[in-house]
Write a protein that binds this ligand. Structure first.
Ligand code: AVJ
Length: 325
């Protein structure tokens, strides 16, 4: 545990090492088709670009989810009750959390978990200033790996996990089940989960959200290559790759790819990877669910669905789940 400054909350640090990034990168690039795990988007520039995506007109999920949260926050807070410990998985800038923090009854603590260490520290320092009476206990970790929470030195009624943004959609459905089971265990008896899930809709709306006219999503995708260059002194030419995103109807998911514009070889710490012209690196999947399909997934993962809220256009959904036993 490191204390950053007297004013900043103490950080529990399980920051994923550069080695594990490299191992996962090698594995992904050795595969056929090639892939890179989506969690590696989030270096400093990646976090900033993602925050910009959230403000882009075509990217409807962020503002829609925030409106659903605002419209139903009283009910949400009543449902989870007083003195809950709020654990956020992938807290980023904690913008959505503030809607909850403004209304929760005497929250026991806020535990933001994020893979991006500096971004996490800046966000939590800001949050601690805005909510001077709130216990803020940030954890830097890759939440797709097994995780234990620091034992709370305070009393609380229950642990409620908050997993907004449809980040669950980044996981393959089978991984999502395993993940939800782990979160059920993490929250324990009486625990809750408030989760945002993007809904199936027409292809045009979906594809525009991942091909915005300002090009931020393309920059976000391509920044992955810049990040690899910086981390491993690789010489990948980002301008020799192209952003490509489309809705794969068969799998019910948006796919993001980086397409090689020409036949080329890329060297990474002594290993060479060759690309055919037009060959892709699959960088992200974003699964879209129906309300019913997600409810079934949750029920099969140790949770009961207490309540589901959507916007009037049924673009996005927020589900309140409680531990099944
Ligand atoms: C935060 C992972 C849910 O898949 O919509 C946004 C990330 N990628 N634009 C998503 C993202 C491209 C986002 N998630």
């Amino acid at each position: 545990m490191k204390i950053i400054s007297d004013l900043s909350p103490a950080l529990h640090d399980f920051e994923p090492s550069v080695d594990s990034f490299f191992d996962e990168l090698l594995l992904g690039l050795s595969g056929n088709p090639k892939s890179i795990p989506a969690k590696f988007f989030y270096d400093q520039t990646g976090c900033e670009l993602f925050d910009q995506i959230c403000c882009v007109d075509e990217y409807y999920p962020t503002r829609t989810e925030m409106q659903i949260l605002r419209d139903n926050v009283a009910e949400i807070c009543t449902l989870f009750g007083p003195e809950c410990r709020l654990v956020e998985l992938g807290s980023g800038s904690s913008a959505k959390t503030r809607i909850l923090l403004d209304h929760l009854y005497e929250p026991a603590a806020y535990v933001p978990i994020d893979i991006a260490r500096d971004h996490l520290l800046r966000s939590t320092a800001r949050l601690a200033r805005i909510y001077p009476k709130l216990r803020v206990a940030p954890v830097c970790a890759d939440f797709t790996r097994p995780l234990t929470l620091p034992k709370p030195p305070y009393s609380m009624q229950r642990t409620v996990a908050f997993f907004p943004g449809s980040t669950i959609g980044n996981l393959e459905p089978a991984q999502a089940v395993k993940f939800l089971r782990r979160i059920a265990k993490l929250c324990g008896a009486g625990g809750g989960l408030l989760i945002g899930v993007d809904l199936k809709k027409d292809r045009g709306t979906l594809e525009r959200a991942y091909n915005d006219s300002t090009g931020v999503t393309a920059a976000f995708n391509l920044n992955l290559l810049t990040r690899i260059n910086r981390s491993f002194e690789a010489g990948i030419r980002a301008d020799q790759f192209q952003h490509y995103a489309f809705y794969n109807d068969e799998f019910g998911r948006i796919e993001m790819h980086l397409i090689s514009r020409k036949s080329q070889a890329v060297r990474l710490l002594g290993t060479s990877f060759s690309f055919r012209a037009g060959e892709s690196i699959h960088t992200e999947s974003s699964y879209k669910y129906s309300v019913e399909r997600f409810a079934a997934l949750a029920r099969g993962s140790g949770w009961m669905v207490k309540e589901t809220w959507t916007d009037r256009n049924r673009m996005f959904s927020v589900h309140a789940l409680v531990a099944a036993d």
